[in-house]
Design a protein around this ligand. Sequence first.
Ligand SMILES: NC(=O)c1ccc[n+]([C@@H]2O[C@H](COP(=O)([O-])OP(=O)(O)OC[C@H]3O[C@@H](n4cnc5c(N)ncnc54)[C@H](OP(=O)(O)O)[C@@H]3O)[C@@H](O)[C@H]2O)c1
Length: 247
Amino acid sequence: MTPRRVLVLGGTAEARALADALAAEPGVVVTTSLAGRTRDPRLPAGEVRTGGFGGVEGLAAALAGVDLLVDATHPFAARMTEHAAAAAARTGTPLVVLRRPGWVEGPGDDWRRVPTTGAAAATVVGCGRVFLAIGRQGVAEFLAADAWFLVRAIEPPDALPPRSTLVLARGPFALDEERDLLRRHRVDVMVAKDSGGATEAKLVAARELGLPVVLVDRPPLPDRVRVRDDVAGVLAVVREQPSARPG
Ligand SMILES: NC(=O)c1ccc[n+]([C@@H]2O[C@H](COP(=O)([O-])OP(=O)(O)OC[C@H]3O[C@@H](n4cnc5c(N)ncnc54)[C@H](OP(=O)(O)O)[C@@H]3O)[C@@H](O)[C@H]2O)c1
């Protein structure tokens, strides 16, 4: 039987879980692609390649011999997701997007949804002490916002707001750690991205402490892409997917 070759665009916990599952799947050869942003990333089972493809053109070339492309990138990695849809359409490669559901506000939550990180920056002006829990990339949008910031990221941002403290840490974080961090820094408001998945402890801590959360909405998905919201859903697609090459 000709193996089915699956290329997983990764960088998330569920991409890693998917690759681990696919590596154990008979007749499947899985390669995970990482952007290479994180030093010392947690690696999945199967083959791993690292670094950008060089735009749609480069990704289309990399799809030669690939039977199924899985976009399991983070919901905010919008550029890679656009490129995946464009390269799949151009080469006729089947594509499935693995996208965990977004978060839903519950009793006790005080969330203000905004469409972009820039809108979040405008919202927190004059809000006092702001916990920026959005990773390193969006921090640039807050450089001119008049507030004090607690910035948490895995790696240092290129620049920090003039009044800020940087905490370098990699999640997941426990509830008591989050509660302690918010109290210690006397945080007034939190900014987070609607990454989705299991409700993160920082949101629970904000709810407990009665803190408002400015939640940045996800960028929209490209039109007409097939989406599954968990690893099992993508595995079902892989199992239905024949090899495009003769056996
Ligand atoms: N954005 C977030 O909040 C976030 C959070 C957690 C994890 N991540 C992960 O971090 C990576 C980078 O995120 P981003 O927001 O910078 O992406 P992005 O803005 O959508 O992509 C920018 C460029 O990075 C390259 N790239 C992104 N993901 C790649 C992958 N899996 N394999 C190879 N190249 C990739 C592509 O370069 P070329 O055009 O040269 O191909 C892409 O055009 C993604 O893999 C994502 O899953 C992102």
